[in-house]
Design a protein around this ligand. Sequence first.
Ligand SMILES: Nc1nc(=O)c2c([nH]1)NC[C@@H]1CN(c3ccc(C(=O)N[C@@H](CCC(=O)O)C(=O)O)cc3)C=[N+]21
Ligand SMILES: [Mg+2]
Length: 308
Amino acid sequence: MTAQILDGKAVGARIRAGLADRIMALPFRPGLRVVRVGEDPASVVYVRSKDRAAKEAGYDSETILLPEDVAESTLLETIAGLNADPAVDGILVQLPLPKHIDAQKVLEAVDPAKDVDGFHPVNAGRLAAGLPGLVPCTPKGVMHLLAEAGVKLSGARAVVLGRSAIVGRPMAALLLAADATVTMLHSRSRDIAAECRRAEVLVAAVGRANMVQGDWVAPGAVVIDVGINRKPDGKLTGDVDFEAASQHAGWITPVPGGVGPMTIACLLENTLEAALARRARVPLEPNGGVAEAHATPEQSYGHGPGLA
Ligand SMILES: Nc1nc(=O)c2c([nH]1)NC[C@@H]1CN(c3ccc(C(=O)N[C@@H](CCC(=O)O)C(=O)O)cc3)C=[N+]21
Ligand SMILES: [Mg+2]
């Protein structure tokens, strides 16, 4: 079997085009501010693509550049200014931050209503509790890709490899909200290969190049590769051995061209949602609306006795 490719570049472009249409019809332009500290080469590239995608879709986007040696207090003041600015709907502080800055303190300084990364503990907590809030872009993008592949998540065995705050944990919460049976694997897990082989949906988000081997993938499984590992030759590679896994999977995301472009599309989606919530009092949906996209009619007839 050779897997079908889940083309995140194409799906992301379609989502961005849809957002552009909606923004054209608005009486205001949603405002996005991306804060970049220093000149980390990857951050320079990523922030530039975020700004370009936002401007193309009609957002009022600006990048705020601070020097590598900026004082933490200056960064916190910058964020306070953006929190108070009514033209600003979304704030993103690009990670990683220099070592002398307490990144957690900075993320917690962002107004949760403008936290389009979904990294503030208020939004993380709301997601964990199944409450409306802003949802982290990468796992949200993965949910869009699963919908694109027509995956029925209700009751499906989903395995998330990696438990980071920005991908693994919110990914598991979204899959759970879509009624999947979720297993999380991490550095202390035993029998990782065997656990992966049980997955109907396998999401790899560990940051270890080609860790997931072909024979870890069940026949027909949906394989989502969140890894972005830089090879010595400068090229990107995922957490999955793509060539080998493609011989087993039903669907697979490439790297590049899979999850990465979806992250940017979902940043723009979150910025529009934040803008509508703030300015037009359009309530945020639980799970960013994406878990519900997988709901099937029979789900509303309820769960078995004693199971929620
Ligand atoms: N506050 C914050 N929010 C983030 O969302 C955030 C961050 N910090 N720090 C870094 C990571 C990484 N990230 C990516 C976004 C797009 C691509 C992307 O578009 N990748 C393309 C190609 C990129 C290339 O070729 O270098 C692809 O996979 O096809 C990748 C990675 C967002 N991040
Ligand atoms: Mg191999």
